[in-house]
Ligand binder design. Sequence first.
Ligand code: AMP
Ligand code: FE
Ligand code: FE
Ligand code: ZN
Length: 280
Amino acid sequence: MFADLHLHTSFSDGTFSPEQVAALGAEKGLSILSLTDHDTLEGCPRMAEACRSKGIQFIPGVELTAEHDGQELHLLAYFVEGPTQVLLAHLAQFQEARRTRIHDIVKRLNALGYDLKVEAVMALANCNSPGRPHVARALVDAGITRTVDEGFERFLKRNRPAWAPKFKVSAHAAIELVHESGGLAVLAHPGVNHVDDRIGELAAAGLDGLECFHPKHSTAASEYYLAAAERYRLLVTGGSDCHGMAKGKPLIGTIKLPQVYVDNLKKAAERWLRRPVAAS
Ligand code: AMP
Ligand code: FE
Ligand code: FE
Ligand code: ZN
């Protein structure tokens, strides 16, 4: 059995519905899926149901944007089932910060002379967790750019003229928040965020796992992170980070995490919660 533990839907910046993701997962031969939308758990009930109807095990998750010593990193929180009010209040705050950031980015674009409206971005995003990919798509719709990539390259990447800073919770606070909610905190795509020399510190802060397998990791990088996971006694996870068609083609199916890693993750969650964790 194989898993994909990093997936996005249109509840954040993916383009597929939970039902479409579950159907594609089944088509690709995956038996265990986790939904990890940015800053929201809203897609999880539908994803759980869609997975159930396909005979797929489902693990609820969410991807948080955090920082450690000024460096951005992403944390995947798993098994935050029956999320606490504290977690939900924080997610609402992160979503509000995302909406504010969209205003900031659009203001910058307007100052550069481009006629884009916040309402157009929000309508296109049609979710509570909007992000830069939605602005990039709105730029294409408005005829300002030809592709999403062009939008990022010309305007939206860090140090580009329409980039605006994003609110980030500290990694320590995020790990604590995940633990308070009964979940496990996993460092997402470490190879993307250049935090290799901080993995030990994060492990000491309570980090539970490392996403060793990710489409942006070379085989050598995956091996490096597998060794780091062993060294710091971290769980091993992996996922495609599929955003539907947002990145040209669906990535689901490109990462097939062997079941043994999921079993270890479930055992850790059970130990942590002192209760059986049933992936539904
Ligand atoms: P945000 O959360 O608003 O900072 O946006 C980050 C999201 O943008 C992540 O999900 C990335 O995968 C996505 N992203 C970053 N660069 C690009 C790019 N060049 N093309 C498409 N998506 C991108
Ligand atoms: Fe994303
Ligand atoms: Fe990420
Ligand atoms: Zn992601």
